[in-house]
Design a protein around this ligand. Structure first.
Ligand SMILES: [Zn+2]
Ligand SMILES: [Zn+2]
Length: 259
């Protein structure tokens, strides 16, 4: 069984009926759980309502580094993120690739998220692009020893992955790894330890080969898994079982259905 550790179901171009079809399709492909990740506290309640029907969809709360025009205060974030059904804090982090001018607000927001994660003891979901040093430095400086999390949609260096793993983090790989141009990332993934690996779609964006150009959806996490299993020279079943175990170990507020 697979899980999609990071998707944005509220951002899919769909009607509520189609959302049900999209999840059914994924379940037929043995994707058993979905983590729907919040990108703006303003949208948190609407996102929560959109997925509330589905027992196998969990939610996070946070403000994406590129949504700083919708930034929340520390108190607002803490308030929303305290809800029992919120299993993680994010996505948060730093993106200097798309937005260098907002570095300062991104950093302030990231620090707030780390503090909320420390207080609530919920894992962090981190988006990081072209901000290797600052991401690791801020985590090292502000997170408490027991706070952990994941670097999602990872496309950075092996050194950065190793630094994050040392801090207790997992590394999540999206469909980018299937792109022909992603040779460096493929080499990194080959070397990442299986017990620190997660898989995701980040849908509706970044559809894996052979669906490039289409809207991505959680069912396509299977193609991500197949590609990584092949890279690592293991069976898809082994890859699925390891990444699913890792998912429940990290997001330990989600109750795993047995059998
Ligand atoms: Zn992201
Ligand atoms: Zn995302």
């Amino acid at each position: 069984m697979f899980v999609d550790s990071h998707c944005h179901l509220d951002r899919l171009d769909k009607t509520p009926d189609q959302l049900s079809d999209i999840l059914q399709f994924a379940m037929r492909r043995k994707v058993e759980h979905f983590l729907c990740v919040c990108v703006s506290v303003n949208d948190f309640q609407a996102m929560q309502e959109a997925v509330s029907l589905y027992e196998n969809v969990s939610i996070s709360c946070g403000v994406h580094p590129l949504h700083q025009d919708e930034a929340s205060t520390y108190e607002e974030l803490l308030n929303f993120a305290s809800a029992d059904n919120v299993v993680a804090i994010g996505e948060t982090g730093l993106d200097y690739f798309y937005s260098k001018d907002t570095k300062d607000v991104q950093r302030t927001s990231f620090i707030d998220h780390i503090k909320v994660a420390n207080v609530l003891q919920k894992p962090l979901i981190i988006h990081t692009r072209d901000a290797r040093k600052d991401t690791i430095d801020l985590l090292t400086r502000y997170k408490s020893a027991s706070t952990n999390g994941v670097l999602h949609c990872f496309t950075e260096s092996l050194e950065m992955a190793q630094a994050a793993i040392k801090l207790g983090f997992y590394i999540s790989i999206s469909g980018i790894v299937t792109f022909k141009t992603a040779t460096e990332l493929q080499e990194v993934v080959r070397q990442l330890p299986l017990d620190r690996l997660l898989i995701e779609t980040d849908s509706p964006w970044l559809a894996p080969v052979p669906y490039r150009g289409k809207q991505n959806q959680p069912g396509y996490v299977v193609e991500v898994a197949e590609f990584i299993a092949d890279l690592k020279g293991i069976s898809v079943e082994q890859l699925a079982s390891a990444t699913t175990d890792n998912f429940y170990a990290l997001f330990n507020r989600i109750h795993r259905k047995c059998g």
